[in-house]
Design a protein around this ligand. Sequence first.
Ligand code: HEM
Length: 122
Amino acid sequence: MSNTTTSLYDRLGRHEGIARITRTLIDNHMANPLVNARYGASDMPKVEQRVIEFFCAGAGGPETYSGKDMLATHKGMNINEQEFVTVVDDAMAALETHNIDPATRSDVLAILWSLKGELIRV
Ligand code: HEM
């Protein structure tokens, strides 16, 4: 059982835990033929740092996100529903790899799902 009185940031292992989860998330994307070509032209170390910041700040941590907002980041990519679900699935798998409990995984899922309108077919 997760302790829901503890912040999401804490339950994910704070900066270090979120950095480890993000590394696995990016490994999952690179190994996933449904989305890996999307990242072919990107500066992945920079994207990784930005995703860590975004994840930390979104989970209630003190980090500042220095990237563009989700709409501006993904505008013009014409991301489809399958790609969105694939990225969310890769994130859920990364949380499982790091033994994040089901209630905390659900909290992350709700946050990712809430971003759908800023990502799909924008
Ligand atoms: C809820 C889901 C998603 C979240 C929270 C998210 C978040 C982010 C963040 C924080 C960045 C870094 C932005 C920056 O550097 O300023 C990024 C970059 C990127 N995202 Fe997403 N993303 C999501 C879904 C997707 C999907 C479904 C795709 C396509 C399959 C995608 C493709 C990309 C690409 C290609 C970049 C790199 C852009 C560049 O090179 O500057 N993202 N994303």
